[in-house]
Design a protein around this ligand. Structure first.
Ligand code: ACO
Ligand code: PYR
Length: 522
């Protein structure tokens, strides 16, 4: 059976703290969802702001190929005819083929929040839905606080959805607006609701109890054919049901459900990252299915098993959802991690060598290093231990200073190096000691290694690692560098002095780039 996937990233997702899509962001996301075969895309709330209203005009000018565009709004205001209500006018002007109307299900909300009679709320629902149906629009009815309302007064809740259904709504969507309902309640109430209306049911859940995906699946198992949610679970408070997980579970874990266009499942990871990128948010590494850790193996025993049979510690093949398997190296590694991570180093599976590398990794992690995000430093460590490393330069000395000139801080670094037995002595200013050191180091090396101009530092993180040791605390510096072709690599340095730790990470970054360009890292 086909389950309709209704995306509300651009409306309910935008209600998430820290999310603010521009008009162009919204158009880009809508187009990507359209390409993947999402059935419905809720573009926004046209009454709310000009940007949302404009989005619908863009959709008229440049229509989507597959997805139906939905405009969202509430039922008419109390005591007003739909045709006179500014909300209805904004929805009509959107020209969206589908209008999604949210209305009150719970008698408590009718009394305490809307402050209208129970009958007026029923009339608001029926007249609003009927108005849009008469104007030739398809109407989806979002029954707000559906489960809470049903638990408090099932008879009244049933009357509200019956009003929407008989007025012509094509879907009745059960909303767990406060996100507090348990999956067994969702299943039971969805079954009871199905007996009261003759329209297909949908489900819209929030994640306040970390159950939004489970509740969506429970409703579908109970007969709902339509599911609403957002990409990556963006949304107000704890977010909405994450459609990435909903879609993956329906396609891969449940029997008999079809979702999206065929062959689109392996674009889920790309879609998730795309939306994070546009929302200017960091992705969640442990996000199910699509996080970078979703198939990352760290424990030595696990890596040993995965090297033999991948499915021993993987519930699906990562490629099914466009993700990839990763092996991490750390103090929890066994020889199997090292073997998996050294395949590119043209070294035999020499047991003694693997043990030496493993011991060095464990010792260094014990001293505060972390190789998970510093793969380039690990690769250099392997080269050092296997005797294939020849440094490209030697440090004679470095010096940094920060002084105040006219109230402005000025940072300067000097480095003295030996490159091919030649002394290079350079000074540079920077936005801080590490930036200045980087600039001076490059000045000293650029003549011999012009390819260094292609790389840049893109991230710099410092962490105190044994703060309980007070003055003797060490710091770990992790630097991320990027090459002109987009390749990114991480390096790490640890020391009691933050400048020394930064220097070590910096030198590893440059040595890695030079080795890589000479084909010694492949
Ligand atoms: C569960 C959900 O996610 S529903 C969607 C929630 N999303 C948003 O609120 C984001 C967009 N909202 C907005 O831009 C604004 O709130 C607007 C434009 C919709 C309304 O703004 P305002 O007119 O200034 O009203 P305000 O937001 O303060 O209050 C909401 C009003 O709608 C009424 N209302 C709430 N739900 C409904 C409903 N389902 N049907 C009719 N009226 C409703 C409230 O009673 C209140 O009116 P009142 O002040 O006369 O009592
Ligand atoms: C409609 C909606 O967003 C909700 O009830 O949560």
């Amino acid at each position: 059976m086909h389950i309709e996937i209704y995306d509300t990233t651009l409306r309910d997702g935008a209600q998430g703290e820290g999310v603010n899509f521009s008009l162009e962001d919204k158009v880009l996301i809508a187009r990507r969802l359209d390409e993947m075969g999402f059935d419905f895309i809720e573009g926004g709330y046209p009454l709310s702001n000009p940007k949302d209203a404009e989005f619908f005009q863009r959709m008229v000018a440049e229509p989507l190929k597959h997805s139906k565009v939905c405009a969202f709004g509430m039922t008419r205001r109390r005591g007003v005819k739909p045709a006179d209500d500014p909300g209805m006018k904004a929805l009509m002007e959107s020209q969206a083929p589908v209008i999604t109307i949210v209305g009150k299900t719970s008698d408590f909300h009718v009394k305490e929040v809307l402050r209208v009679s129970e009958q007026e709320n029923i009339d608001m629902i029926a007249e609003t839905v009927e108005y849009f149906v008469q104007q030739g629009r398809e109407v989806i009815y979002d029954a707000e606080h559906f489960f809470d309302g049903w638990k408090a007064n099932a008879e009244y809740a049933a009357k509200t959805i019956a009003a929407a259904a008989s007025a012509g709504a094509m879907r009745i969507v059960m909303c767990d607006t406060n996100g507090g309902t348990m999956p067994e309640e969702v299943a039971r109430i969805a079954g009871e609701a199905a007996a009261k209306v003759d329209k297909p049911l949908g489900i819209h859940t929030h994640n306040d109890c970390e159950l939004a995906v489970a509740n969506s699946l429970a409703a579908i198992d109970a007969g709902a054919i339509h599911v609403q949610g957002t990409i990556n679970g963006l949304g107000e408070r704890c977010g909405n049901a994450d459609l990435i997980s909903v879609v993956a579970n329906l396609a891969l874990k449940k029997q008999g459900y079809e979702v999206l266009e065929q062959g689109e499942l392996d674009h889920l990871t790309e879609l998730s990252r795309y939306v994070y990128e546009i929302a200017n948010m960091s992705y969640r590494i442990n996000q199910p299915f699509v996080g970078s850790s979703a198939f990352a193996h760290k424990g030595g025993m696990h890596v040993h098993a995965v090297n033999r049979v991948a499915e021993s510690y993987e519930h699906i093949a990562p490629e099914t959802v466009g993700n990839e398997r990763r092996v991490l190296v750390s103090e929890l590694s066994g020889r199997s991690n090292i073997i998996a991570m050294t395949t590119k180093h043209d070294i035999d599976e020499d047991k003694a060598l693997m043990d030496r590398i493993l011991r060095e990794v464990v010792d260094k992690e014990n001293a505060g290093y972390q190789f998970e995000s510093a793969g380039a430093s690990f690769d250099l460590l392997v080269k050092r231990i296997s005797g294939t490393y020849a440094p490209h330069f030697e440090l004679v000395k470095f010096h940094t200073s920060v002084e105040s000139r006219g109230g402005q801080p000025v940072t300067e670094a000097t480095v003295k190096l030996l490159v091919d037995d030649q002394v290079r002595h350079e000074v540079a200013e920077g936005d801080g000691p590490v930036n200045a050191l980087d600039a001076a180091l490059r000045k000293a090396l650029n003549g011999s290694f012009p390819n260094l101009r292609g790389m840049q530092l893109v991230d710099y993180k410092v962490r105190v690692i044994n703060s309980e040791a007070a003055t003797a605390a060490s710091v770990r510096v992790v630097i991320e560098s990027r090459d002109a072709d987009g390749e990114v690599w991480g390096t790490v340095g640890v020391d009691e002095n933050v400048i020394q730790a930064s220097w070590d990470a910096l030198v590893d970054s440059i040595e890695y780039k030079l080795c890589k360009d000479e084909g010694k890292m492949a």
